[in-house]
Ligand binder design. Structure first.
Ligand SMILES: Cc1ncc(COP(=O)(O)O)c(C=O)c1O
Length: 404
């Protein structure tokens, strides 16, 4: 059969990469991988979940095992609305919240609701690799804007939007991860959050705010989400239970307005009818019982120590010309190698030294990022962080020597 001629345009664009092939080696047991984006297994509230599971079977068994409404379990949406209010002073009606099978699915659905082929999506550079693949399913054009220490370069953003509009392009939304960004670990200042809203207002654009990490803060004062400053209802906010409960339960949520929620729900009916109801009851009890507020400080403490250890190890092991971000929260830091080294080539050397990372190019839709890499500091054991960063330092030094 001539399968190739039957594939859709989009599936023809779906290809693996040489780097993904290389990352297979990262799964070998003697390789220390800072590549994955996984929470630490110690962050999972296993005892709490055992208790919750019994409670669900006793009290909601028949509902939890049944199909549910597409928008999500009503009591969970109410609890999410309450948490948005308590934590971020964001007032939202539960009817403006839709619960999804992970926020990854939100990236896909929101982009499907807004993007036509060729429409412009605007993002930070670098940006979340999963957003690049979700949005690419709509075959958009990308407009990327340099991420600085305190957020996007907003002069560059303004100029690029102006140019795109002059060229009769259609920018639809600006996708940002303003707090403890994945991959860079950076956080936008309040000024830039407000200024972004002004720019979005000037050009009548939507802001799509992805916020998986803001509750995982180690140091510094909390910063409110952009949604908090939004007076014109132009921010779509997305949260997830993956980093504060478990990614395996696959639950995220989108807060928008009724019109957008309805479009997502109509789309979702064709995708999966409803979000995993059983998981929704777990999350509901986790919120309602207050277990979440006892668990988050434990997660923060665990990750703060790991971040400190990784920063210290980098300090000790990296040669001059290698720099990195110092995140106040989240799960990742971003390393830049100023030696003209290509981190895709370096990955081979790193794997020979039994250590892995994600290459910077994965986080740019346009192939940039060759001198950078993302390191995850939450998953590895402490001794592996020290050993793994030592191995990475050695690999970089060897590559620099080979280059000269
Ligand atoms: C910025 C960002 N958005 C979305 C996701 C997807 O998370 P999930 O689908 O587990 O909610 C992740 C996961 O790492 C992420 O870092």
């Amino acid at each position: 059969m001539d399968l190739e001629s039957k594939f859709s345009d989009i599936s023809k664009t779906l290809k693996g990469s040489a780097v993904r092939e290389l990352l297979k080696y990262a799964e070998q047991p003697d390789v220390i991988s800072f590549g994955g984006g996984m929470p630490n297994p110690k962050s999972f509230p296993i005892e709490n979940i055992k208790e919750i599971l019994n409670n669900i079977m006793d009290n909601y068994g028949t509902k939890a095992l049944q199909y549910g409404t597409t928008e999500g379990v009503t009591e969970l949406r109410e609890q999410i609305a309450k948490r948005m209010k308590d934590k971020f002073s964001i007032s939202t009606n539960p009817s403006n919240i839709i619960v999804l099978n992970g926020s990854q699915s939100g990236l896909y659905m929101v982009s499907k609701v807004f993007l036509n082929r060729g429409d412009y999506v605007i993002s930070e550079a670098p940006t979340y690799v999963g957003a690049i693949s979700a949005f690419n399913a709509q075959m958009p054009s990308w407009l990327t804007v340099e991420l600085k220490e305190d957020g996007m370069d907003l002069n560059e953003l303004d100029a690029k939007i102006k140019k795109a509009i002059n060229e009769k392009k259609v920018p639809k939304f600006i996708y940002v991860i303003p707090t403890f960004q994945n991959p860079a670990g950076l956080t936008w200042s309040v000024d830039k959050r407000k200024h972004l809203l002004e720019i979005a207002s000037k050009y009548d654009l939507i802001i799509f705010e992805d916020d998986p990490y803001s509750e995982i803060r180690f140091t510094g004062d909390p910063v409110m989400p952009i949604k908090y400053y939004d007076k014109e209802d132009r921010v779509i906010y997305m949260g997830t239970f993956s980093k504060v409960l478990s990614p395996g339960i696959r639950l995220g949520w989108v807060v928008s307005n009724e019109a957008i929620t309805r479009k997502i729900a109509l789309l979702k009916q064709g995708v999966d009818l409803c979000t995993n109801v059983f998981s929704q009851y777990i999350a509901l009890e986790y919120l309602r019982s207050g277990m979440i507020d006892k668990q988050i400080p434990k997660i923060v403490e665990l990750y703060r120590k790991k971040r400190d250890l990784m920063l210290k190890s980098l300090e000790e092991s990296m040669p001059e010309g290698v720099t990195w971000t110092r995140p106040n929260g989240g799960m990742f830091l971003w390393v830049t190698v100023d030696w003209g080294l290509d981190t895709e080539k370096l990955l081979k050397k790193a794997l020979e030294n039994k250590v892995a990372y994600v290459v910077g190019t994965a986080f740019y839709p346009d192939g940039r990022g060759r001198n950078s890499m993302r390191l995850n500091f939450t998953y590895s054991r402490d001794e592996d962080i020290v050993e793994g960063i030592g191995r990475l330092g050695k690999a970089i030094k060897e590559e620099i020597k080979n280059k000269n």
